[in-house]
Design a protein around this ligand. Structure first.
Ligand code: MF3
Ligand code: CO
Ligand code: CO
Length: 261
């Protein structure tokens, strides 16, 4: 197993800053949700999010220029697994699209993504999105001090595979804080009782990528866009979490989910 030498525990002040960053990332998704409609291009969605993050939130869109990524958000449509680059592509009825938002506020990152159903989608597409959502939450609900990351990964993998779908292995959740991608790696598959022990003060993401077909992926020539090798549909949801003394706090709940608790 890879060493996890750099897992930082966030101080109370750092936790407060992570709450702010997480809230802002969720606010971007709440803001853009009503605009995710047939006819809009992914480039327009990117521009609207960029301007909101910079001008309204006075924050920084973390993807922009991150390791050379050219845009402010990731837009991953249908068989695109993750890291889709916004551009000229118009959304069409029947598409499923993941919008992945990461903002930096006062030096700390908040990272969250959701699936959007564009117009009328097939039963299969809707089922994939809801199974991916449930898989993320099953993993999140495993987060508590004394649990191990393998418990979380195993739970997600078991559930997804029991539904006839597959979990992508090449990309994973991650610690987050002053860094976009910190240790530990949060795999969405694994064995119970293995992996790093979860401790209060850790902040990390859970962001399973679930394929309708086989788990294998391919990187396109742009160096970013990840697609399913078999061109099957793929879905992903992501939250940023803080480990508390008795469980977890989700830092990136949208306003609807905040109202529910
Ligand atoms: N937001 C993605 C994640 O969940 C990372 C995107 S990196 C980018 O980790 F450069 F593609 F933006
Ligand atoms: Co992430
Ligand atoms: Co993300």
């Amino acid at each position: 197993m890879a060493r996890q030498a750099q897992v930082t525990l966030k101080s109370p002040a750092e936790q407060r800053a992570m709450r702010v960053a997480g809230r802002l990332a969720a606010d971007v998704l709440d803001m853009i949700a009503p605009r995710v409609l047939p006819g809009i291009t992914t480039g327009e969605l990117d521009r609207i999010c960029h301007d909101f993050i910079v001008d309204v939130q006075k924050a920084i869109p973390a993807p922009l220029n991150y390791k050379g990524f050219p845009k402010s958000i990731c837009t991953s449509i249908n068989h695109v697994v993750c890291h889709g680059i916004p551009g000229e592509r118009q959304l069409r009825g029947g598409d499923i699209v993941n919008l992945d938002i990461t903002v930096i506020k006062d030096g700390f990152h908040g990272d969250t993504s959701r699936m959007f159903l564009v117009g009328d989608c097939s039963v299969q597409a809707r089922r994939l999105c809801s199974i991916g959502f449930e898989a993320m939450w099953l993993g999140i609900r495993k987060v508590a001090p004394g649990q191990r990351l393998g418990d979380l990964g195993h739970t997600i993998q078991q559930y997804v595979e029991s539904q006839g779908y597959s979990v992508v292995r090449e990309y994973c959740g991650h610690g987050i804080g002053r860094g976009f991608h910190e240790d530990p790696q949060v795999l969405h598959y694994g064995e119970p009782g293995t992996g790093l022990e979860i401790e209060p003060g850790m902040t990390f993401t859970v962001e399973p990528m679930v394929n309708a077909g086989k788990r294998q992926v391919r990187l396109l020539g742009d160096g970013w866009t990840v697609v399913t090798k078999d061109h099957s549909l793929s879905a992903q949801w992501e939250h940023t979490l803080l480990v508390t003394t008795d469980g977890f706090e989700v830092l990136t709940l949208g306003s609807a989910d905040r109202a529910r608790t």
